[in-house]
Write a protein that binds this ligand. Sequence first.
Ligand code: SAH
Ligand code: SF4
Ligand code: F3S
Length: 476
Amino acid sequence: MTDTRMPAPSELSREEIDIQFRHAAEVARFHAKNGRVGDKAPLCFVQTFGCQQNEADSERIAGLAVLMGYKITNDPSEAKLILVNTCAVREHAEKKALSIIGQYKHLKDADSDVLIGVGGCMVTQKHRADQLKNSYPYVSFVFDTGSIHTLPSLVAGALAGAKRRFVIGESAGIAEGIPTERALSYKAWLSIMYGCNNFCTYCIVPYTRGRERSRTPEAILDEARSLIAGGAKDITLLGQNVNSYGKDLEGADFPSLLRSIARLDGDFRVRFMTSHPKDASDALIEVMAEEEKIVRHFHLPVQSGSDQILDRMNRRYTAEKYLGIIERLKAAIPDVSITSDIIVGFPGETEEDFELTMEMLRRVRYDMIFSFIYSPRRGTPAAEMPNQVPHEVSTARFERMLALANEISLERNQRFIGRTVRILAEDVSRTDETKITGRGDSPRPIHFTADPSVIGQFVNVKITGADTFSLNAELV
Ligand code: SAH
Ligand code: SF4
Ligand code: F3S
């Protein structure tokens, strides 16, 4: 197939990708020569920590594994290739990943043919890479988020008995054309950009994922079309700050991209995350209000309701400016669902600052919030700030906030009772096997009784009840 698109300024060359495809073919041939094909194909287990971006990356990691002749398994104990995609956003995420990697040692001990690779955000930090080098000698290779495309050469090298390799900070380009192996055909992640330039003072992401790089609108639209043709009904556009999309390209911006995707043929819906309030524009709100394929849900992380904390977080907006966006959003899309991320216990957060965040919750009335206790990240400015908040104080505030957030969630969920809504049937309910779970504009799961054959299709349901975390409905 000839590629007629103009590559983005940060796109890797075709040769760089082709080299990797050749390595993948080499690995597949190696397995075939050893009789490991068909039913005997070696298995690969990919484990993902962290955000949707990492989920999307793992789909490319799995895609490359399949290209190398592996089959994907959900059971690490039967895998010949174990790839752990790590997260570094909070200490807890790193601890979990390190502990899991530790647990895989016995698999390598039991079978020296097993290869273990570690990727993702955690490995970009020097102290973590050193730790993997020194304390996890059974890890064969390490690759950062910009080096996913090099997996075939890493696996080929490891199979040939090469020295351990650590590919970190070697590439900051976009690798187009990497195959993906998706868990579900009807729900899809679509990365529109990589990296982050915002340097919020608490956050590790700009260090782990590098500077913002946008994919071209053509590449994104091509992928969206092929997803829709492949049965995708729910597409989530991904970026750390989608509102910055296109700043590194000519003539591209997020509202226009979103509109073009929403106007593609097919029965699907599109959502996006995450928006940064500092540049969530009226143009974006207008596109959302006008295009019916865009889900009426806006995830707009506020982080704090106190201007003094927002300033020290380097968020570059005030509570008032944030509330202004929310007001315009609600005016343009009266029934919009709004969600947020909030950090509790940022250094220097006083009782008054915390109360301002509580006030923000009361004023916005979020459908749902994701709240986090501040976790100091090495190398970020906030980790060095004075007046770190004691853990007991943060925990107590966190509990108070959760109680308020839940009260508001319940009230928000109740607004749907009696309404008929069109939702995507997504899965069998995790808590009740006789029920199907779906989602509409609200981020809350909706449970209803139906035949599992509806999974992956849009259905109309009438909401009959609501609690804090979910809604009940019946098929109409
Ligand atoms: N780019 C997105 C998401 C980044 S990470 C955004 O800007 O909204 C997801 C969330 O993790 C953040 O919104 C923030 O609330 C939280 N987070 C990031 N760093 C953190 C830290 N050091 N401690 C606690 N929570 C953190
Ligand atoms: Fe982190 Fe801020 Fe970038 Fe989000 S916008 S990834 S919170 S630095
Ligand atoms: Fe995502 Fe964690 Fe990296 S939240 S961007 S995987 S640090």
